[in-house]
Structure formats: structure tokens, C-alpha cells
Design a protein around this ligand. Structure first.
Ligand code: ADP
Ligand code: MG
Length: 289
């Protein structure tokens, strides 16, 4: 049996689960995922591996070393560790927004997460039915709660490194940075956010617009645009009056174009027939109300 090699940074497992044996099992599972290049879920840039241990199940997010030929994707382990720390910060102030984090393995770099699939959550992209307006409304509320939690937490201390975007411009906050429909999981009544690799100081409008753009593409229905925008907006509540609507519109535009140009084989490939200009005109009218 593999031995515990002392590489585990944290040991915050539920009592009776995290021990040196579990540490070894998790590490072996991470190594096997890399060697076999295997995933349970398609990660954009990581191996995502489901792990069962003593009747419990966990998710391992393992650094995908083979993807590092893409210079735009900084796949250094510190990035994964940054994500781990952000998740810890959010969990410290709000337990029901992100998966619990159980630990971090350094070699190979991997985060051990709560298995949200086991808890009944699925990525929006895999929901077979079109989302209801109530779900979109709940999602708006969830994004608002996430923004509050991120900014209330000690996550701002993680941005002190000058190599990150550290000169906050007016109107900027800590944001998720990539609220696409694979990074948002829904259950019947609840929402969870994943994948904080792109968490940064930026505009809240980016998170809202990026998420809305992806939802409009999934709907692929011009007649629903307004109700979707209204549902998300009223869910986000609080600060909408202070948001820059043109910034939301610009981001929706980028999201729609990104989705419409995704190549076959990409998880974001879609065969939509929405006209981007008509869609944006509809969204613009909804935002003006
Ligand atoms: N804790 C988790 N519980 C359930 N599913 C998860 C969990 N973590 C990741 N996933 C699944 O794996 C996919 C990719 O995870 P993500 O963290 O977004 O990796 P990447 O950075 O490679 O995109 C998600 O879309 C989701 O389907
Ligand atoms: Mg992702």
C-alpha cells in the first residue's frame, strides 16, 4: 500500500475520514488520473476525478499537466492552491455556496472537494430541461450572495501579490471571473459555484453578463430573453441600480459570441440560431426597464 508522504497541507476532513490512509488513497488517485489521463467529468483544464473512500465520495481536481502547452492557461500548482484558498475563504463565511474543501495535495497538485453530484447537484449545461424563470431568479440571488461572501471574506488578502490585478479601480470587487454554465451547479432548490481559478478583482457586471449570455445561448429563444434578464436581475436585487448596464451588455455580447464560435468538440460548442444583434437589442430593452 502507498505510504503517506507528508505532502498534505491541510487535514480538515470530517472526523474519522481524513487520515494518513485517505491521504495516500487520494494521492494515488490523483497520480492515476494523470497517468491514465482520465476524468469522470470533463474539466476544461483539469482532471476531475470522483473518489470513493469508506462509503463516502469526494471530488479530486487535479492539475492537468498535459494541457500546459497552451500559453494562455497558467497551469502552475500555485494557481490550484490559490483556488483552494479562495474556496476556504468563502466556506469560512458561507457554507452553502461552494463545495466544502477537505484538503490540498501538493504532489501532484490536487484539491479534495465535497462531491456535489452526490448531494444532487448538476452543472446547468447538463440540465435536460430548460431552466425555469424561478431557477434563473435563484441564480441571480446566488450570484449576489457569492459576491457578498467573497468580499466579506478574507479573500482580499490573497490579492496582495503584485503579479495579480491589485490596483482596484472604482466599482471593482472580488468576482468569480468565469460564471459559465459548467461552473454553476443546480439542485432542485439550490445553487453551488465551482472553479475559482479566475477569481479576481473586477466588475460584478462581468459575472452577471457572462452567466446571462450562457443562459441565453442554452435557451436559444429570442422570445425568452427579456424574462431571463428580468428574472436574474430581480434575483440579484440589491445593487442593481448601481450596476453599469452597458458593461453587462458588453459581457453578454462577448459570452454569446464566445459560445457561437466554440468549435465542435469544445464543451461549449452549440448549434444555436440566435441572431446576436437581435438578442442584444432585446437584452438592452430589458435592462433599460
Ligand atoms: N465538487 C464537485 N462536485 C461535483 N462535480 C464537480 C465538482 N468539481 C468539479 N465538478 C465537475 O467537474 C467539472 C469541471 O470542474 P472545474 O472545477 O470547473 O474544472 P476546470 O477548471 O477544468 O473547468 C464541473 O463542470 C463539474 O461538472
Ligand atoms: Mg470549469
Amino acid at each position: 500500500m502507498a505510504k503517506h508522504d507528508g505532502q498534505i497541507a491541510r487535514q480538515r476532513m470530517p472526523p474519522g475520514v481524513w487520515d494518513t490512509d485517505f491521504a495516500s488513497v487520494a494521492r494515488d488517485c490523483a497520480i492515476a488520473a494523470i497517468q491514465r489521463r482520465s476524468t469522470n467529468r470533463l474539466g476544461d483544464t483539469h482532471f476531475i476525478k470522483r473518489l470513493r473512500y469508506r462509503d463516502r465520495s469526494f471530488y479530486l481536481k487535479v492539475r492537468h499537466i498535459f494541457a500546459s502547452s497552451d500559453p494562455n492557461i497558467a497551469l502552475d500548482p500555485t494557481r490550484l492552491h490559490f483556488e483552494y484558498r479562495i474556496l476556504e475563504c468563502v466556506n469560512a463565511v458561507e457554507k452553502s455556496l461552494v463545495p466544502s474543501v477537505h484538503g490540498f495535495i501538493h504532489h501532484p497538485a490536487a484539491i479534495v472537494l465535497e462531491d456535489l453530484e452526490d448531494a444532487g447537484f448538476q452543472p446547468i449545461l447538463q440540465h435536460e430541461d430548460v431552466l425555469s424563470n424561478d431557477q434563473v431568479n435563484g441564480l441571480g440571488y446566488g450570484i449576489a450572495s457569492l459576491h457578498t461572501a467573497l468580499n466579506k471574506s478574507s479573500a482580499n488578502q490573497l490579492f496582495d501579490n503584485p503579479s495579480r490585478n491589485t490596483t482596484p479601480k472604482p466599482g471593482t470587487h472580488i468576482i468569480h471571473g468565469d460564471l459559465n454554465t459548467k461552473n454553476i451547479l443546480l439542485s432542485k432548490n439550490d445553487v453551488r459555484f465551482l472553479d475559482f481559478e479566475n477569481c479576481r478583482i473586477g466588475y460584478r457586471e462581468h459575472d452577471i453578463g457572462w452567466c446571462l449570455g450562457h443562459i441565453l445561448i442554452i435557451d436559444n429563444d429570442l422570445t425568452r430573453c427579456r424574462e431571463r434578464v428580468n428574472a436574474l436581475m430581480s434575483g440579484y436585487k440589491g445593487a442593481f441600480a448601481h450596476l453599469d448596464k452597458s458593461r453587462i451588455l458588453d459581457t453578454i455580447n462577448s459570452a454569446i459570441r464566445y459560445r457561437m464560435t466554440a468549435p465542435p468538440g469544445s464543451p461549449f460548442f452549440s448549434t444555436v440560431n440566435l441572431d446576436p444583434s437581435d438578442t442584444l437589442a432585446e437584452v438592452s430593452r430589458a435592462l433599460a426597464n
